[in-house]
Design a protein around this ligand. Sequence first.
Ligand SMILES: Cc1ncc(COP(=O)(O)O)c(C=O)c1O
Length: 494
Amino acid sequence: MTVQETTSTQSVNNAGVDSPEALAYRAALDVIGAVEPAVADHIRGELGNQRSQLKLIASENYASPAVLLAMGNWFSDKYAEGTPGHRFYAGCEYVDKVERLAVDHAKALFGADYAYVQPHSGIDANLVAFWAILAHRVEAPFLVDHEAKHVNDLSATDWEELRQSFGNQRMIGMALNAGGHLTHGFRPNISGKLFDQRSYGVDHTTEMLDYDQVAATAREFKPLVLVAGYSAYPRKVDFAKMREIADEVGATLMVDMAHFAGLVAGGVFTGDFDPIPNAHIVTSTTHKSLRGPRGGIVLSNEADLVEFVDKGCPMVLGGPLSNVMAAKAVAFSEARQPEFKTYAQQVTDNAAALAEGIAKRGGRIVTGGTDNHLVLVDVQPFGLTGRQAESSLEAAGVIVNRNSIPFDTNGAWYTSGIRLGTPALTTVGMDTSDMDEVADIICGVLRSTEPVPTKAGEPSKAHFDLDDGVRNDQRARAAELLAQNPLYPTIGQL
Ligand SMILES: Cc1ncc(COP(=O)(O)O)c(C=O)c1O
């Protein structure tokens, strides 16, 4: 039984009675449809689409019906700025209870002393962490120096000096084309506008994280913050080594585990590879491999840092989404069950099987393999750009995203790679033999995809041709796999 099927495995039991999930969603769609039928139709359409495609987006998953239902209720109506027991609004009795529950589950799940469950997304969790670090390392000592208790006590001149010093801080993070994330100090994101950033990357030959380069950059640049974590690096990271580097240069080590939080929760990444005991502060999304609602979280074991994290609202967040905190509590509770450990291990086993299946069919796997939930495939051996590969696979019912590979010469829009992830397909119950079939489908499509020139006869990085017969065959094979491993079987047809 897969973890999404917590109460039953079918939408109708042997006596012909609908499952609670089927009843709940049918009733919900009736209620929504009575007000705006188009929205009910689009919700049904989305389920239909998700059920008819092999989802290999590394950052997506399928949350359980319990998690999804916990979001759709009147907790959404309540304002609750502040923290449990210290709100700026009255009437927060049950928000306090649900937030405390989510916090307690998160602390137990990750073995952290402190958890903050209010961030609305991963980007917000990172903003909370950056500003907590700035408050702890820049603002707090400034206030002490100026014998002030609060920023409102500073003179206009002192306040201007403090404001300037926020903008004079440095950060290092993983380069985008090595697998880093925009929120780790890149110019299109606020983190890049705030911090002076330098990147570290991967070794040219092995494509593995180059710790010597991290250390050399840190020694030369002396950042306030060293960010570790990634969205497209297929290997585990030695966070103990990153902490040594951070300590040597006096940086705060922040780990963004948005992608691999499920592998930390599920005990796949332990010891030096577990960010919680090694980093000063850890951020995450809750909706990727962790399989919760869309949202963010911040964890820490540093007593002197967490008081600033608690000020995330109103520092960078508005009122917390209490309905989403309720869903986080449900998801963290699910992740504390023994089945989640089995799931997390299966996610990595499946990724390894997928990488091996693609490699043996002629694909080039960046770094030669994977230690986590994702596989980065260089599609140049198929004569394609990432954009062509992504579109051709979509036509055959396989959903992936194009992605830069290390030292990519095709730019961030077209790219030379595709990123595949196994969290979603593992949730529906697929195993390593299914991954071999998925690899065969993917390589069958890529081998039969031909780049075609534009109408003007120019070479194109986007246009392609996929033989109709191949497309239909591979689509049928994908549909067969999905029929054997249905999505939300307890919900049935709506
Ligand atoms: C490493 C990393 N951090 C942060 C984020 C941002 O998460 P969200 O989309 O929830 O803001 C992502 C999402 O892609 C990510 O991969």
